[in-house]
Write a protein of this length. Structure first.
Lengths: 379, 372
């Protein structure tokens, strides 16, 4: 490896880091604005145009804050945890294409790589929980472990259906095979499973129990401050963006749909924009869910994962595999079966919860109560 | 729920200190939780972090000055506290309050009840992890507080009620503004209702959680919306009508199962009923004096009285002893939050940690009142 090669690699890493950081700053601003609009507020307005520079101001504040090391901490584990969370989040981007021909390494086992690497961040959360020597942090770390591991299965299963369908684990190939029909029309169930499991992987509402501020007060991050906390924060938003872009690449057709009529460099640039816009739409859906829903309890989260998502994911894989294996079966059976399963799942959930709604609040008139009382008094 | 402790005979339960700085203990309240995994085995509540000795302080102040201390008991329903004390002194003095003053008092108290329940709605949303309800609720609550400011001169610590009436006449255009406010509140409540009440996840978090039966609730001395959620239609406004509450026609919401959702929804329904009361009071109100003929420094005759009113949190009682001087000899407050809090230990046993927050929020305590 020559010096020039090394320089080349370094420029890749630096470019990726810079663009991801910029995207995170954009997401932070976007989240605050979207939430504010839903909640009838303005959101940040002071720093820059409509608060556009607010995330930068926040970042400067965070970096200039004191790094606090509480007594009793396991120092090595405590300082390493943010890195263990951040590195996998960053590493995933080696093989994620963000436009036509815009990928650092188009790995043939790309999806396998993503699945393998993304699990690692759980370790960081447990380390943060343990190293902090704080009971809330331990609770949060253990919650994170349980949650992330159980939701990893439907996530992988949803990815597997796509791999079976397109006979490939290479993300670029999968996207190119969607140039006719994006996977959302073939695998609507897969999209829903992937998105829900992805939300749980991210620890976003309604699955944000491992850092629920009203229960475990920030969970594993409770003792962190300043720059180390901001590394967690960065990783969280990079992960949000990763899950969103994976949704786009795997299910929404990537840079196809709309197909770009131009060729050459212009096509490449426009394809990046197509992916980016689609991804941001998915991200906005995630923020929208955050503004609307309460948080689930841990047992409800687990039972939803193991009793609903995982069976459905397995059924989905089986159906897809059967249809792909028996070539004579037409492909349009798949979306129909997928939608039937989706409706079935929705009905089961609806049934389960509609039991709860049959509660009566009786409004008794004050006059009748007063009359009743006076009669009792006379007697 | 039975917790089988023998399984963990060789392990130590995790002891967690929840509060007094925990974000969802609603003030400076401390819970010592013994947990096994995510389950609570044992819980010890500790109070007293906000103790200011209000009752003792009252003994050194003249009657008119005590009102300011009562503002600071239940600090989200200040006017209801003022009303309780004023009525207690007035009935000890056998004083007739002018009609107009009574109507103003009722209107403001019911508005304050609405504001208090809106605060509950918002914080309860935060407790179960939804972040939008609090902003919806505060939008309406801010309007009410702005309205209060235009009448009493303060957003929270009003010191507006006087022994024998109220401090000042209402500002011009009061009726129109109140009607506008009520319309906005009614609309806002429906929005709040749609946002949270029937949400599947909210139902899953609150239904059949923290159930307290009617007999247990009575045994614990639970009162107010918490008691009505357990199926007992008891309201001091009706069982022992004070002021002019017997002149209105309104509803008392009563639920049956006594779980968190019922406690939540009873309060939401009470807001609608309070709007009804205010509308009737507006129509019935006539011109007249707003303050009875009282000596500048009231000296109630020697005697004692126990006076109960229905504060937003329940049965608010004041025991007042007068020795004939210008200062009360003894003031004892029966705070509804304090009594409601007694049921917490019973409710939390065997619950999940997440439910601890849900249940504590649904009881709707105000530490200013618990600790006094």
């Amino acid at each position: 490896m020559s010096i020039a090669d090394l320089f080349n690699y370094m420029s890749y890493v630096f470019g990726l880091f810079l663009s991801l950081t910029l995207i995170v700053l954009l997401l932070v601003w976007l989240e605050r604005k979207v939430l504010a609009r839903i909640q009838m507020r303005m959101g940040p307005m002071r720093v820059g145009f409509h608060g556009a520079l607010q995330p930068i101001a926040d970042a400067i504040k965070l970096i200039s804050k004191e790094d606090i090391l509480p007594a009793w901490t396991d120092k090595l584990v405590y300082w390493f945890a943010p890195i263990v969370v951040f590195v996998p989040a960053f590493l995933l981007w080696v093989t994620i294409p963000f436009g036509k021909n815009m990928v650092i390494r188009s790995l043939d086992l790309g999806l396998f790589f993503i699945v393998a690497i993304s699990v690692l961040s759980v370790l960081g959360l447990i380390m943060a929980g343990w190293g902090s020597a704080n009971k809330y942090a331990v609770l949060g770390g253990l919650r994170a472990a349980g949650q992330l591991i159980s939701y990893e299965i439907p996530l992988i299963m949803a990815i597997l259906t796509i791999a079976i369908l397109h006979q490939s684990l290479n993300l670029v190939e999968i996207v190119d095979k969607q140039s006719q029909i994006p996977n959302i029309f073939i695998q609507p169930l897969g999209l829903v499973l992937f998105f829900i499991a992805g939300l749980a992987e991210l620890g976003r509402t309604p699955f944000d129990i491992h850092h629920a501020e009203s229960e475990v007060v920030g969970g594993p991050f409770v003792e962190y401050s300043g720059a180390h906390w901001s590394v967690f924060f960065l990783a969280e938003y990079i992960n949000t963006f990763t899950i969103s872009i994976l949704t786009v690449l795997l299910f929404l057709g990537g840079w196809h749909w709309p197909n770009i009529p131009f060729s050459g460099n212009l096509q490449t640039v426009l394809s990046v924009f197509v992916v980016l816009i689609k991804t941001i739409l998915v991200v906005i859906v995630i923020f929208w869910i955050r503004a609307t829903y309460p948080r689930l309890r841990i047992d409800q989260l687990m039972s939803f994962g193991w009793k609903m998502l995982i069976p459905m994911a397995f059924i989905n894989v089986t159906i897809t595999a059967c249809i792909v294996y028996y070539d004579e079966l037409p492909l349009w059976i798949l979306p129909i079966l997928s939608i039937i399963l989706l409706v079935l799942g929705a009905v089961i959930i609806q049934r389960k919860f509609s039991k709860n709604i049959t509660s009566t609040i009786e409004v008794i008139s004050s006059k009748s109560l007063l009359k009743e009382k006076s009669e009792v008094n006379i007697n | 729920m039975e917790i089988n402790k023998t399984i963990n005979s060789d392990s130590v339960d995790l002891m967690i200190n929840m509060g007094p700085q925990h974000p969802s203990t609603h003030g400076v309240f401390r819970l010592l939780l013994n947990i096994d995994g995510e389950r609570i085995i044992d819980v010890k509540p500790y109070i007293g972090y906000l103790h200011r000795g209000s009752e003792k302080l009252c003994e050194n102040e003249r009657y008119a000055q005590v009102i300011t201390l009562f503002d600071r008991l239940d600090y989200v329903a200040n006017l209801n506290m003022e009303l309780g004390f004023c009525l207690a002194v007035e009935s000890l003095m056998e004083l007739d309050v002018p009609d107009r003053a009574s109507y103003i008092r009722v209107i403001l108290c019911e508005l304050n009840r609405i504001a208090s329940h809106l605060l509950f709605y918002g914080t309860y949303g935060l407790d179960v992890g939804a972040m939008t309800p609090v902003l919806y609720a505060f939008r309406e609550r801010e309007k009410i507080q702005g309205f209060f400011e235009s009448i009493t001169g303060a957003r929270m610590m009003h010191n507006y009620f006087r022994i024998g009436g109220v401090k000042g006449e209402l500002p011009g255009g009061f009726g129109n503004r109140l009607n506008l406010l009520l319309d906005e509140i009614s609309k806002g409540i429906e929005e709040c209702d749609q946002l949270l009440s029937k949400n599947e996840m909210f139902l899953a978090r609150t239904k059949n959680v923290g159930v307290i039966s009617s007999s247990d609730a009575v045994d614990f001395g639970v009162s107010g919306p918490n008691l009505r959620a357990s199926g007992i239609a008891r309201d001091i406004r009706i069982s022992k009508p004070y002021s002019i509450y017997d002149r209105f026609d309104y509803g008392i919401p009563v639920a049956s199962s006594g779980d968190c959702w019922d406690r939540y929804y009873v309060r939401l329904e009470e807001i609608r009923q309070s709007v009804k009361i205010i509308k009737q009071a507006m129509n019935q109100m006539e011109d007249g004096p707003i303050l009875a003929q009282v000596r500048r420094i009231p000296r109630p005759p020697k005697g004692e009285i126990y006076f109960r009113t229905e504060s937003p949190r329940g049965d608010f009682g004041i025991y007042l002893v007068s020795d004939g001087s210008d200062k009360p000899y003894r003031v004892k407050v029966r705070a509804p939050s304090f009594a409601n809090l007694q049921s917490l230990q019973y409710l939390l046993k065997g619950a999940y940690i997440a439910d601890a927050v849900t249940i504590l929020g649904s009881i709707d305590i105000i530490m200013g009142e618990v600790d006094r």
